[in-house]
Design a protein around this ligand. Structure first.
Ligand SMILES: *[C@@H]1O[C@H](CO)[C@@H](O)[C@H](O)[C@H]1NC(C)=O
Ligand SMILES: *[C@@H]1O[C@H](CO)[C@@H](O)[C@H](O)[C@H]1NC(C)=O
Length: 237
């Protein structure tokens, strides 16, 4: 019996050691993050979601953005681990949750990339990723974005060699404004005059906002040219 116990204990310690080595290996592979980090269940074991750099937190308010598998990416940088930077290019639209939404109110959601095609040369600013109007306060609170889809959701597709892009989310109290984008303008996502659009509807400060960042990772997906829609020019400076 004693021999069996000793053997079992030895086996257990080997297992623990193995797990520990495995964990430290995976957590080091994305630049020294903490295992299980990410806060609020995001990230997955050993895949840490780093916070945004200090100079990029000004849009961080109480708006939450959740993607499948990765979880809450609000005010975070999408890490390379778990292939998240590749996967986010294929995932469906995220859950966008505003706890402070008012029942009975109507909201407008705007998602844009101000760094198209790159942060250092944003000549296609803003890239319009998603615009939905007529979202009820109840849906805004639960994060299921339904309403009048003005521009279909397009996932982040930062072009190769253009560094980190910011993906910004703004939620406006819409009131009874009837929001639209002219068809000719809605055909192209790039170089969208967001300021002009907001001004046209007398929308000023958003009720809430947030952003996250990601960048290109790995080989070009087969349909890169078509989904990227002209953003695929490497940044030549
Ligand atoms: C999501 O992340 C934001 C920013 O880090 C944080 O303020 C918020 O509490 C998080 N929400 C959940 C449910 O984890
Ligand atoms: C959206 O809301 C506005 C303002 O309440 C309304 O005039 C318009 O008809 C609504 N649009 C749709 C598609 O429901």
């Amino acid at each position: 019996v004693t021999m069996k116990l000793v053997a079992a204990a030895f086996g257990l310690s080997l297992l623990v050691a193995g797990l520990w080595v495995g964990l430290s290996l995976t957590s080091n592979s994305d630049g020294g993050g903490k295992p299980g980090g990410g806060g609020g269940g995001g990230g997955g074991r050993g895949c840490f979601l780093p916070p945004l750099p200090k100079e990029d937190v000004s849009l961080c308010r109480n708006l939450e953005v959740f993607y499948m598998e990765m979880g809450n990416i609000s005010c975070k940088v999408v890490p390379k681990c778990n292939q998240y930077r590749r996967k986010i290019m294929t995932w469906q639209s995220p859950i966008v949750k505003f706890h402070g939404a008012l029942d009975g109110a109507q909201y407008l959601l705007v998602m844009v990339d101000p760094d198209a095609p790159s942060r250092s040369n944003p000549r296609m600013k803003y890239w319009r990723h998603w615009v939905v109007s007529n979202i009820t306060g109840t849906d805004m609170k639960s994060g299921s974005i339904r309403g009048n889809i003005i521009t279909d959701y397009q996932p982040p597709t930062p072009p190769p060699t253009t560094g980190l892009h910011r993906y910004q989310f703004f939620v406006y109290l819409q009131g009874d404004r009837d929001i639209s984008i002219p068809e000719s303008e809605n055909e192209n996502r790039g170089a969208w005059k967001l300021d002009k659009f907001l001004q046209q509807y007398g929308l000023q400060d958003p009720d809430t906002s947030t952003q996250f960042m990601t960048q290109f990772d790995g080989e070009l997906p087969p349909d890169f040219g078509s989904i990227n829609d002209g953003q695929d020019q490497p940044d030549q400076r």
